[in-house]
Write a protein that binds this ligand. Structure first.
Ligand code: NDP
Ligand code: MG
Length: 385
């Protein structure tokens, strides 16, 4: 069996580090590493590039090119930087590309990989939230597979039989409810980023952790599911399940509901995407049902978590509303992290911008998507002041 080649976009992040851990467990003969990309963490990027014998290492931050070059001097590993460096990494001849850059910055390089026909293991949900069907179409045109890494979508992907699609009625996305599941709006109004980043079950990057607390993460995932599985908005349901043991479910027309369960560890989803249609053998903690005392469920509260309502609005309106929601949210999120905006401002501000841009026409090209994203960011920044 000859080895496949993998590129990891965002290798220094939470998903990127877990991906390389999975690659290590699968064994050196399974994958060779083409390119690795990071941004600020040059020391880790250089260490990864050496350990995995990468051909190319790229920092997204053009100002750190020399640091990376120095760190890899004498290794023979090629070095590049900036946006063009990310595209170079995406276009290298790797059969599989893990898309694990955070935010809209991941869109252009992931698209470049999709267009040349690579299989895309997709962690960067912003690709689907912002570009929607255009992104799905780009992958299809390129001829590669789209393999969902987000745990909920990976769970659905695991239990959704392609030849039973005609009988698919709904997907039920589970949500832990985050650290503020039981908080009142008043309590949430005063929280800081340090409090909001502490997720009860999953260990993740900073931004997605805060998005989990506001349930914007679930909002993005609803839109992501719509495009990934070709669903109508009303086929996308959310249920709060605080233990995060059921990663999501699929409901069929005969009343059956199929679920994927496991301990909350992203390496399961990553391993599934890397080895599909096979399964990986991984040292993940096993579920012990005798010790699982209970699984709880509760309806999500759209009054305390308006992000869910905004996701429905974006799904129903269609067009570039996903890009608008995400662009405005990212600006508000950055302001919250910097202490320049309150926790509840994130949803208020996003809604405001969605209203202002509600009549933007649907995108006919990626340029329209980027334009909607830029305009949403501009308005959001203006509101924050
Ligand atoms: P992290 O913040 O941990 O990592 C982000 C990665 O992107 C790092 O490699 C970082 O480099 C790099 N990066 C940061 N800014 C830029 C930029 N402007 N251009 C290019 N690269 C950049 O994020 P996560 O790993 O948590 O998340 C990655 C993606 O996966 C997100 O889209 C998230 O929504 C999604 N996801 C994550 C899950 C998780 O469990 N973490 C679960 C499901 C989905 P550096 O650190 O060197 O600066
Ligand atoms: Mg998820």
């Amino acid at each position: 069996q000859h080895s496949r080649s993998i590129t990891v976009l965002g290798s220094t992040g939470s998903i990127g580090v877990s991906t390389l851990d999975v690659v290590k467990h699968l064994g050196r003969e399974t994958f060779e590493v083409a390119a690795l990309t990071g941004s600020s963490n040059i020391a880790l990027l250089a260490e990864q590039a050496r350990n995995f014998n990468a051909k190319l290492a790229v920092t997204a931050d053009a100002n750190r090119y020399n640091d990376l070059k120095d760190a890899l001097a004498g290794t023979g590993i090629e070095v590049a930087a900036g946006r063009s460096g990310l595209i170079e990494a995406a276009e290298m001849d790797a059969g599989l590309v893990m898309a694990a850059i955070v935010g809209t910055a991941g869109l252009a390089p992931t698209l470049a990989a999709a267009k040349r026909g690579a299989d895309i293991a997709l962690a960067n949900k912003e690709c689907l939230v912002s570009a929607g069907d255009l992104f799905v179409e780009a992958v299809k045109q390129g001829g590669g597979k789209l393999l969902p890494v987000d745990s909920e979508h990976n769970a659905i992907f695991q239990v959704l039989e392609e030849n039973q699609r005609h009988a698919l009625e709904r997907v039920i996305i589970t949500a832990s409810g985050g650290p503020f599941r039981t908080y009142t709006l008043e309590q949430m109004a005063g929280v800081t980023a340090d409090v909001a980043r502490a997720h009860p079950n999953w260990s993740m990057g900073l931004k997605i952790s805060i998005d989990s607390a506001s349930m914007f993460n679930k909002a993005l995932e609803m839109i992501e599911a719509k495009h990934l599985f070709g669903l109508a908005p009303e086929q996308v349901e959310v249920i709060v399940h605080p233990q995060s043991i059921i990663h999501s479910m699929v409901g069929y027309t005969d009343g059956s509901v199929l679920a994927q369960l496991g301990c909350p560890d992203m390496r399961t989803a990553i391993g599934y995407a890397l080895q599909y249609p096979q399964r990986a053998s991984l040292p993940i903690e096993r579920l012990d049902f005798a010790k699982l005392s209970r699984l709880d469920f509760e309806a999500p509260d759209e009054t305390r978590f308006p992000a869910l309502r905004l996701a429905r609005l974006a799904m129903t309106r269609g067009g570039v509303q996903g890009a608008v929601l995400n662009g405005a949210k990212e600006v508000a999120l950055e302001a919250f992290i910097a202490g320049r905006a309150g926790f509840l401002t994130m949803a208020d501000l996003t809604e405001k911008v969605m209203i202002e841009l509600s009549t933007l026409p649907a995108a006919s090209s990626m340029d329209d998507v980027f334009a909607a994203d830029t305009e949403a960011r501009r308005l959001a920044a203006q509101h924050i002041g």
